[in-house]
Design a protein around this ligand. Structure first.
Ligand SMILES: Cc1cc2nc3c(=O)[nH]c(=O)nc-3n(C[C@H](O)[C@H](O)[C@H](O)COP(=O)(O)OP(=O)(O)OC[C@H]3O[C@@H](n4cnc5c(N)ncnc54)[C@H](O)[C@@H]3O)c2cc1C
Length: 476
C-alpha cells in the first residue's frame, strides 16, 4: 500500500481494500521526493508536519502488523523503479494507492501503472480524496461544471442516490511479517525544520478530536463568525485534510452525528452546518477543476486570455507584500500571521490575494507560489482555485471590478483591531479608529510602520481599465 496524501488508517479506501485482499500480509510505503517537493513549492512547515504525522502513522500501522517503509528518491520520475524493486524484493503482486488528481501526480502514476503492468504486477487505484470522485458528475450537456452552484446541487443529488458520504472503518489486523518498519526521518535536508508545531497536534486521533470540538461548539456560529480573524471561528482542519490525516467523509459523518440528522438534506436546514458543508464542497469543486482543466496545473490561468494582462513583477512591491510592510494594517497583519504560523483564515487569504493581484497588479502566480511555500495546508487545487478566484482569472471567480478595500474590510472584520495588534505590535497603542488607516492620523514612520505603498483608488481604477480593455480585445 503506497501512502501519499492519505496518512490515516481509518476510512482509507485503498488501505481497506489492500487489507481485505492480502492474506499473506501487507506492506506500507511512503516515498520522500525532495526535489519534486521543492519544485512544487512545498512549505518547510508542511514537510515538518508531514514527517511527524508519518511517525504517528507508522506507529498506528504497527498495531495492524503493517510495517511502513520510508524511502527517498529525488523526484517523482524515480518512483516507478523504486516501487518495482521493492515489489520484487518483497514478492508483492499488487500495488494499492489512492488517486491524486494534479497533472504531475497523474503523469507519475501513469508511468508507474505502465511499468508494473508490463511486468505482470497488478495495480489497484481508488478515488478517496473527494467524496464525489472527479469524473463522476457532469452537467446535463455532459460538460464538466465550471460554476460552483450547479456543481454543488449535482454533488448533493449524486450523494442522495449513492449515499457514500459516511466514513468507513478500520482495516482488520494483518498476518504478521518478519519485515521491520523503517525509521521515519526527523527532517529532510532540503527543508528547514525549525517550525513550532505546538498549535497542530499530531495524528488522526487529534484531528478527530479537533473536528468533534468544532462541530459541537463552533459550527452553529460558523456562518456569522468565520470572517472575524480574532474569533478563531473556523475548524482549522485544513492541514489535516490536505495530507489526508482526516477525510472529508469523516467531517460529514461527524456533522450528521452531532446534528442528529440522518441525511445531507436534513443537514442543510442548519445554517452553520450548511455553510461549513458549502466550504467542503468548494474543496471538491477545485479538485474536479484541476482534473478536467489540467492546464491550470501548468501555470496557466483558467481564463487563458487573462494571461495578456500587463501583470507586474516588481520585486520591491512583492517583497513588501511578503513581509507585511504594505502600510495597510490588516493586509500586513495577515501576511505576518502567515509567515509566523503557516496558516490564515479564508477571509484574510482572499484579502491579501486580491491586494496583490488587483492593487499591486503583481502576477497572481507570484502570490500563489509564496502561499504554497508558507502554508501548512498548501494544497495545489485549493490554492490555485483561491488565487484565480481572487485575481478574476479563474472560473466562477470574483468579478474583476469587485475589489476588497483593505480599510473597509479591516473596520468590518477586525473592528477593535485585535488581530492587527497581535501581528503589528507597533500599532498596538492606536485607538480603534486610527488602527485601520494609521497614515491618515499619525506619522507612521515614527512608529516604525511604513506609509502605504499604493493608492487604493488609483490602483483600482487602473486594474478595472486593464480588464475592460481585455474584454474589448477578446470581444467578451
Ligand atoms: C488565495 C487562497 C489560497 C488558498 N489556499 C489554500 C490551500 O493551499 N489549502 C487549503 O486547504 N485551502 C486553501 N484555501 C481555502 C481556505 O482558505 C482554507 O481551506 C481555509 O481557510 C482553511 O481553514 P479551516 O480549515 O479553518 O477552514 P473551514 O472554514 O473550517 O473549512 C473547512 C474545510 O473546507 C475546505 N475549504 C474551506 N474553504 C475553502 C475554499 N475557499 N476553497 C477550498 N476549500 C475550502 C478546507 O479543506 C477547510 O479545511 C485558499 C483560499 C484562498 C482564497
Amino acid at each position: 500500500m503506497w501512502f501519499r496524501r492519505d496518512l490515516r488508517v481509518i476510512d482509507n479506501t485503498a488501505l481497506l481494500q489492500a487489507a481485505k485482499h492480502s492474506p499473506q500480509g501487507l506492506i506500507g510505503i511512503f516515498i520522500i521526493t525532495p526535489q519534486t517537493w521543492v519544485a512544487h513549492h512545498r512549505a518547510p512547515c508542511q514537510i515538518a508536519f508531514l514527517l511527524k504525522n508519518l511517525q504517528d502513522l507508522s506507529k498506528t500501522l504497527a498495531d495492524y502488523n503493517i510495517p511502513l517503509l520510508i524511502r527517498t528518491v529525488p523526484r517523482y520520475d524515480g518512483c516507478a523503479k523504486l516501487l518495482l524493486n521493492i515489489m520484487k524484493e518483497q514478492q508483492c503482486n499488487t500495488l494499492y494507492f489512492n488517486k491524486e488528481y494534479e497533472y504531475d501526480e497523474q503523469q507519475r502514476d501513469n508511468k508507474i501503472i505502465d511499468t508494473l503492468f508490463q511486468l505482470n504486477f497488478f495495480i489497484k487505484a481508488y478515488d478517496d480524496q473527494t467524496i464525489v470522485p472527479p469524473g463522476a458528475i457532469v452537467s446535463k450537456t455532459l460538460q464538466p461544471y465550471q460554476i460552483f452552484t450547479p456543481f454543488k446541487s449535482r454533488w448533493l443529488q449524486y450523494l442522495s442516490v449513492k449515499q457514500n458520504y459516511l466514513a468507513a472503518g478500520k482495516p482488520k489486523i494483518q498476518f504478521k511479517l518478519s519485515l521491520a518498519a523503517d525509521l521515519v526521518p526527523s527532517h529532510v535536508k532540503e527543508f528547514n525544520n525549525q517550525f513550532n508545531l505546538s498549535a497542530w497536534p499530531i495524528g488522526t486521533k487529534a484531528a478527530v478530536k479537533r473536528l468533534r470540538q468544532f462541530v459541537k461548539k463552533k459550527v452553529k456560529h460558523y456562518a456569522k463568525h468565520r470572517d472575524f480573524p480574532a474569533l478563531s471561528a473556523t475548524s482549522e482542519l485544513s492541514p489535516y485534510l490536505t495530507l489526508g490525516i482526516l477525510s472529508l467523509r469523516q467531517c460529514v459523518t461527524e456533522l450528521l452525528k452531532q446534528t442528529s440528522q440522518g441525511t445531507l438534506e436534513g443537514l442543510l436546514t442548519y445554517a452553520g452546518a450548511r455553510t461549513w458543508l458549502n466550504e467542503l464542497v468548494w474543496r471538491e469543486f477545485y479538485k474536479h477543476l484541476i482534473y478536467y482543466f489540467p492546464w491550470v496545473c501548468k501555470k496557466q490561468a483558467f481564463k487563458k486570455e487573462t494571461d495578456q494582462l500587463p501583470w507586474s513583477y516588481n520585486q520591491r512591491l512583492f517583497i513588501t507584500w511578503c513581509r507585511g510592510q504594505t502600510g495597510y494594517p490588516l493586509v500586513d497583519a495577515a501576511m505576518r500571521c502567515l509567515n509566523q504560523t503557516g496558516w490564515l483564515s479564508n477571509r484574510l487569504r482572499m484579502l491579501v490575494a486580491m491586494f496583490l493581484a488587483k492593487n499591486l497588479l503583481l502576477d497572481w502566480r507570484l502570490g500563489e507560489a509564496y502561499f504554497m511555500e508558507h502554508l501548512l495546508d498548501g494544497d495545489f487545487a485549493a490554492n490555485n482555485g483561491g488565487w484565480q478566484w481572487a485575481a478574476s482569472t479563474g472560473t466562477d471567480a470574483v468579478p474583476y471590478f469587485r475589489i476588497f478595500n483593505p480599510i473597509t474590510q479591516s473596520k468590518k472584520f477586525d473592528p477593535q483591531g485585535k488581530f492587527i495588534r497581535q501581528y503589528c505590535p507597533e500599532l498596538a497603542y492606536l485607538d480603534n479608529k486610527k488602527i485601520h488607516q494609521p497614515f491618515r492620523y499619525v506619522k507612521v514612520k515614527e512608529l516604525g510602520y511604513p506609509e502605504p505603498i499604493v493608492n487604493l483608488a488609483r490602483s483600482r481604477e487602473l486594474v478595472v481599465r486593464y480588464f475592460n480593455k481585455l474584454r474589448q480585445i477578446n470581444k467578451l
